[in-house]
Write a protein that binds this ligand. Sequence first.
Ligand SMILES: [Mg+2]
Length: 219
Amino acid sequence: MIFGKNYLIWDLDDTLYNKTEEFADILDTTMAKALVEDLKLPIDFETAKKKVTESYRIYRDGGEIFYREYGVNPRDLFKAYHLRKPVEKIVPYENLIEKIEKVPAEQYIFTASDRYASEKILKHLGLYEFFKDRYYSVEDFGVYKKNESSDVYKKYCAKIGVDPTDCVFVDDSYSNLEFAKKIGMTTVRIYYRNNSAKDKTYIDYAYKGVLSFLDDIIK
Ligand SMILES: [Mg+2]
């Protein structure tokens, strides 16, 4: 058990690996290319990239400005972006699987990447065999985000057949934790530079980087 719970549900992106500033910039480029080259948005690449970065800053979602101002269909961008996601540029943590295997809880993944990208990421991180029947994407529940309502967390728990109050949910993005908390999950936030969400009452625990969390729960 972890914090008295039997189940641990992990976010994937920026939780089970660290998004460096360099990689964040590569992802902004990737999304801008998807918008201009795949979705044929009538703006130039530089403008698109600036808006992606701005959209992340304002909405914590690189696509939001394009849904609002350009009528981009979230599903189209979701697909085009994940198809281009440069997974090979992610630097995996060493010995992550060894630590994961020691966690005293049944573990799952709930990701906002699509199934295509999440399979590639899990393979790249050396986690695919461990999680192959225990990872789900937002697209499995007909949505593209996990910070809009607690419904998707309810559906997730129903899918894996567990009571939300018996789950610990771990995510770097605190806007996701708010909805997990609403249905009774215990919440853990992984942060990198500063614990910027100290004031958020829906966060039960916060750790600097996933390795410090893992070391604490497997000790
Ligand atoms: Mg994340």
